[in-house]
Design a binder for this molecule. Structure first.
Ligand SMILES: *[C@@H]1O[C@H](CO)[C@@H](O)[C@H](O)[C@H]1NC(C)=O
Ligand SMILES: *[C@@H]1O[C@H](CO)[C@@H](O)[C@H](O)[C@H]1NC(C)=O
Ligand SMILES: *[C@@H]1O[C@H](CO)[C@@H](O)[C@H](O)[C@H]1NC(C)=O
Ligand SMILES: *[C@@H]1O[C@H](CO)[C@@H](O)[C@H](O)[C@H]1NC(C)=O
Ligand SMILES: *[C@@H]1O[C@H](CO)[C@@H](O)[C@H](O)[C@H]1NC(C)=O
Ligand SMILES: *[C@@H]1O[C@H](CO)[C@@H](O)[C@H](O)[C@H]1NC(C)=O
Ligand SMILES: *[C@@H]1O[C@H](CO)[C@@H](O)[C@H](O)[C@H]1NC(C)=O
Length: 791
């Protein structure tokens, strides 16, 4: 009887057979029906064997792509569906209907290529281009036409196209940086991902704008990377030809936007010994600290002797995550916030750092020629200001807010960083002085003496004006609130039968909420009163929770801009809520009227914006317990017969006890309106989350455009980014939807308020009372920084 083969021997045999197969299968043309089983290294090689298309190993499994077969490690030059998770099973197959699929990847079919005409053959070419052919032998699809992070010799980055860096060498999904060949102006620019194509966001460019025609970026076989346009009549070389090398069997050039945001030109030479040698021939930007994002928020980048970047925290700041130097820094003590009428704390001081720059957009600029003392004083007296940068060449002083981004050593600026003081938005709660001072490296405390005197004078002068103004304003708000408390009636308890009767047995539904349906009804006690009755019907527990929230959150409150709760029914398993009836539908109906009925008048829209702001201000600041609404959106804002907007639907609302200024995480609310700290699950959620949602609603009010509409239309920008761009260009007024002539300053003011509301950092957003004053033009506001980058 034959002795059974033992397992190791079997494996060796299989491996030998497999390698034989892969050599004998060095086919260059793949035809319909041919497939390649998933396994690390399984590939369709190029005739030379130097390039291959197939499966390569990544973290957690396999990916499909093209690589240069350098040793010991392969060099990946293209990846299919790079954001998809890795998989270990299935096969690559050129299907009979002319597509290239990865069938059975994690049990599903993934499309690698779906050419416009069916492909009947495919080939891995010697230049690194993997192509698909149609029946008449024309190329209908190629990896060269869809670059990921790399260009090979002969490959173009066409006008409008981009390279995206990978996350890391082992994770090829889209990372943090992009190289854009700008279609509109011909400039080749590097940006962090998630920014707009504006100069302020760029960190490297070729300066080839205003050429007058689009340019193509191309790498030639000698390693020259160049821009070419106007049918070849224009060229600009970015790199030099590679120097001649010792005897080599072959060499290849590639240009890759690496995970660290640097574009590098590589030369891979195959030596006669069979070994590969890799050289970096060029890098851009040459100073790696120029990459915007090399260091995290509030930190700055310093190059060491080997030109490697490292990240440091400024005085008063610590690493966010002690194990991640590039992860950014956070103020050593908790952050306070800026409120209207707040006086600068006399305990404030400024720490100084020389020779640094922060490339972030300032929100306020003092004219050239400002002295160091004036620059510090301007920041110290401005509650919004977290730091000031003084250009030591011309004395321009710019005021900055947190987070400070893209910091680096060099650039010849002096940084003044606000520290100390109880109310500083930068560092807040001043109990921590020794600790911060202990950490400071180059700290010069100038909290006493001449500067404090100068600061105080400036402060007193401006504070007095503001304070006088505030007093009248405060009085005005108090008055409005008093008017609002029209009838202070206690909540009534109804029987189920009464409400069944009032709604004609729940016959006329007005709409559906998260946990139940709202019906129209009529109460008859004395006169007749139209009401809206919400019958909670979801899961018993959720319904009960919603019921409790509604009753406790708005039960005892009464404000002109909140939909009033009149009573409830709590009988057996029945939970019903009775509200005043709002005859004019929701703000969504008002703004986004179907059928092209024109835009609501500007005055009415501003009125509605103020109504909502007042309602939120009441919830946030005027109750014994603060209430965070948590779901501010046009569908939850209702309009009464007089056109007054009222906030409704407190189903998600959160009550905060007075000592609980910040609390709870976990996603609630509605996509598109959610503050970033909320869906990121990072950090506590405060009333500032409502301010963010309000900012989105405010933009919708001004633009008469739904925030989600942009995303649905496949736009990369959010409504806020779109509006910000217009604001920067001074085109906000003409682009906002209006049938009337409205003053540019007025429209701009409202857009600016919205921009402050949608800031990424909660403490940068104004409180609702400031929003009211800013909308009314009673409170000056600085030009806003860019909004939170995406929803
Ligand atoms: C090859 O890859 C291994 C594992 O990813 C890595 O540790 C090693 O540094 C790489 N070698 C080269 C020369 O890149
Ligand atoms: C091949 O067919 C496509 C359309 O299917 C056509 O556009 C192209 O011109 C053809 N090429 C040749 C060489 O016939
Ligand atoms: C592969 O097939 C295409 C179309 O049939 C043909 O034009 C091409 O020359 C073939 N390539 C090789 C390397 O055989
Ligand atoms: C991959 O994900 C990034 C965001 O992480 C996105 O910007 C990019 O468009 C995605 N790329 C593809 C090819 O889906
Ligand atoms: C570019 O040059 C070619 C050949 O010289 C010519 O046929 C073509 O019309 C030119 N294209 C443009 C856009 O000028
Ligand atoms: C650009 O590179 C090409 C190819 O090496 C060379 O022929 C040409 O002279 C270079 N142009 C300039 C302006 O250096
Ligand atoms: C400023 O920093 C840059 C970059 O580190 C350095 O080259 C330069 O010498 C510094 N200048 C001064 C005045 O310290």
């Amino acid at each position: 009887m034959a002795k059974p083969l033992d397992l190791p021997l079997l494996l060796i045999l299989i491996t030998m057979v497999a390698s034989l197969v892969s050599v004998s299968c060095a086919q260059t043309n793949v035809t319909s029906g041919v497939s390649l089983q998933a396994a690390a290294g399984a590939s369709w090689p190029s005739p030379s064997g130097h390039f291959a298309f197939g499966f390569y190993a990544i973290e957690g499994g396999l990916a499909v792509g093209v690589w240069l077969a350098t040793a010991p490690n392969i060099t990946v030059t293209w990846t299919a569906s790079r954001n998809d998770t890795s998989a270990t099973s299935g096969a690559l197959r050129l299907t009979y209907d002319g597509r290239l699929l990865w069938t059975g990847a994690n049990g599903q079919d993934r499309t690698v290529a779906a050419p416009p005409q069916p492909a009947v053959a495919a080939a891995m070419r010697d230049d690194g281009n993997f192509v698909l052919y149609a029946a008449n032998a024309t190329v209908v699809w190629s990896t060269f036409a869809a670059p990921t992070d790399t260009l090979l010799a002969g490959q173009d980055l066409s006008p409008g196209a981009q390279l995206f860096s990978s996350i890391s060498a082992t994770s090829r999904a889209t990372g943090k940086y992009r190289l854009t060949n700008q279609l509109n102006d011909g400039n080749l620019v590097m940006y962090p991902v998630g920014t707009m194509n504006v100069a302020a966001a760029a960190y490297w460019d070729t300066g080839t704008f205003q050429i007058g025609f689009p340019l193509t970026l191309r790498l030639d076989a000698s390693g020259v990377l160049y821009l070419v346009g106007n049918n070849g009549s224009y060229t600009k070389n970015l790199t030099k030809a590679s120097a001649a090398q010792a005897v080599e069997q072959a060499h290849y050039h590639r240009v890759t936007l690496d995970p660290d945001g640097v574009l590098r030109s590589y030369r891979h030479g195959l030596l006669s010994s069979g070994r590969w040698k890799t050289d970096v021939e060029w890098i851009g930007p040459s100073d790696r600290c120029h990459v915007k994002g090399a260091c995290g928020f509030n930190s700055y980048c310093v190059l060491d002797r080997d030109a490697q970047p490292s990240c440091l925290c400024p005085p008063g700041f610590d690493l966010m995550d002690a194990g991640d130097a590039a992860g950014g820094c956070t103020a050593s003590s908790g952050a306070g916030e800026c409120t209207v009428g707040q006086r600068a704390d006399p305990g404030l001081s400024m720490a100084t750092m020389q020779n640094v720059s922060w490339a972030d957009t300032p929100y306020g600029v003092l004219a050239a020629g400002t002295s160091a003392a004036d620059c510090q004083a301007a920041c110290i007296s401005d509650c919004f200001c977290a730091a000031a940068l003084l250009d030591t060449n011309d004395g321009t002083c710019t005021k900055q807010q947190l987070p400070l981004r893209y910091g680096r050593e060099g650039g010849g600026y002096t940084l003044f960083m606000k520290t100390g003081g109880a109310a500083s938005p930068a560092l807040g709660g001043g109990g921590n002085h020794h600790h911060r001072l202990g950490r400071a490296i180059t700290v010069a405390l100038v909290g006493v003496g001449l500067l404090a005197f100068v600061a105080l004078c400036a402060l007193l002068a401006s504070a007095r004006l503001l304070w006088l103004n505030q007093r009248t304003v405060r009085r005005h708000i108090a008055l409005a609130a008093a008017e609002a408390l029209d009838e202070e009636a206690p909540l009534r308890s109804y029987s189920y039968e009464e409400l069944e009767h009032a709604t004609y047995s729940f016959r006329d539904p007005l709409g559906r909420g998260a946990f139940g349906t709202v019906f129209k009804g009529t109460l008859r006690n004395g006169g007749e009163r139209a009401v809206a009755v919400k019958r909670l019907e979801k899961l018993v527990e959720d319904g009960e929770r919603e019921f409790q929230r509604e009753v406790s959150a708005i039960g005892r409150t009464s404000h002109r801009n909140l939909v009033r709760l009149l009573g409830f029914c709590h009988e057996g398993a029945n939970r019903l809520l009775v509200y005043e009836y709002m005859s004019n539908g929701s703000l969504a109906d008002f703004l986004f009227k179907a059928g092209g009925g024109g835009y609501p008048p500007w005055r009415d829209r501003v009125g509605v914006a103020l109504d909502v702001a007042r309602g939120l201000h009441y919830l946030h600041d005027e109750l014994d317990s603060r209430v965070i609404h948590c779901d501010v959106k046009p569908q939850n804002i209702l309009m009464d017969a007089a056109g007054t907007a009222k906030i409704s639907d407190f189903g998600l609302a959160k009550l905060l006890q007075p000592d609980q200024t910040r609390t709870f995480t976990g996603v609630r609310g509605t996509r598109g309106y959610l503050a970033p700290e909320w869906y990121r699950g990072a950090g506590p959620v405060t009333v500032k989350a409502d301010v963010y949602s309000y900012g989105v609603v405010l933009l919708e009010i001004v633009a008469c455009r739904r925030s989600m509409e942009m995303e649905e239309a496949g736009e990369e920008r959010t409504l806020a980014e779109w509006a910000y761009e217009l604001l920067v260009k001074g085109e906000a007024t003409s682009a906002m939807s209006s049938d009337e002539v409205v003053g540019a300053a007025e429209v701009e003011r409202v857009v600016k308020v919205a921009m402050w509301c949608v800031q990424a950092e909660p403490q940068s957003r104004p409180s609702m009372d400031s929003v009211i004053l800013m909308l009314q033009g009673r409170l000056e506001m600085p030009f806003p920084p860019p909004p939170a980058s995406s929803y």
